[in-house]
Design a protein around this ligand. Structure first.
Ligand SMILES: [Fe+2]
Length: 254
């Protein structure tokens, strides 16, 4: 799909149910991948190349706990630069991402928006009429706040104070969906999001997030250290977790 000079694709990685977004500039042929995932890096790079584009940057919205980023392998294979939230201060960062400093990929402008709460250094990304909300705002949901310096009050402010101040028609593209949905809008989430929409108060939200009773994230102990090195698979990965690092099977179309 091409919109106003921007080439756009939404890609899905089934092991962690993560969406990766390809944004490209028609004029210069430069492209970026937002939240690329290790098992899918070859498919995603192929998608960039098939469109006649050149991968110049990867962006991670935050340090992920549920998958390992493909930022480093893509840097090695395609020469892309690694954009990471500046406050994370990772030594492997090429482009420290901060609010107020747009990332420019050819004619495509991406505005990082600091949206803490899921993690303290989480960023959403605004590009034209779209917002890539990472794990701050999901369709009919939000990321959990019980790990990685998460903070339900901060998330409430990030979503209702910042993301919900975007124009209602802004399309919401989350980092995950576990139910087959792909896109929403700010207006829809403001009205209908069962956790953060309508007249939900901060006290109600904190109470709700404190009582989700979610299980311990099964990949976090490997994912976070691996992502703090911009995407390294640990050598001691147990067999039942190897699918997080092995190349995914590609569909005939892929
Ligand atoms: Fe996350």
């Amino acid at each position: 799909m091409k919109t106003g000079g921007m080439i756009f694709q939404q890609l899905f990685e089934p092991v962690s149910s993560t969406f990766t977004y390809l944004l490209g500039c028609q004029e210069t042929g430069e492209a970026v991948l937002v939240d690329p995932v290790m098992p899918a890096w070859q498919r995603d790079l192929k998608a960039v190349n098939t469109l006649g584009l050149r991968l110049v940057m990867t962006i991670d919205t935050h340090i992920h706990a549920d998958h390992i980023t493909a930022a480093s392998v893509l840097k090695r294979e395609a020469g892309s630069r690694i954009a990471i939230p500046e406050p994370d201060a990772l030594p492997c960062t090429d482009v420290p991402m901060r609010e107020g400093v747009p990332l420019q990929v050819g004619g495509v402008r991406i505005d990082p928006m600091h949206t803490p709460g899921h993690t303290d250094n989480h960023f959403a990304l605004v590009a034209g009429d779209r917002v890539f909300t990472g794990d701050a705002l999901l369709i009919d949901g939000c990321g959990r706040t019980d790990f990685q310096s998460g903070d339900a009050r901060a998330l409430y402010d990030s979503v209702r104070g910042k993301l919900f101040s975007l124009p209602g028609e802004t399309l919401v593209y989350p980092a995950h969906d576990y139910n087959g949905r792909r896109v929403s809008s700010i207006a829809q989430e403001k009205q209908r999001n069962p956790r953060l929409g309508g007249d939900r108060t901060v006290e109600e939200f904190v109470e709700l997030m404190d009582n989700l009773g979610l299980p311990y994230p099964k990949f976090i102990d490997y994912a976070v250290p691996g992502n703090r090195r911009c995407g390294e698979c640990p050598p001691d990965l147990p067999a039942h977790l190897r699918e997080y690092c092995e190349e995914m099977a590609q569909s005939p179309q892929g």
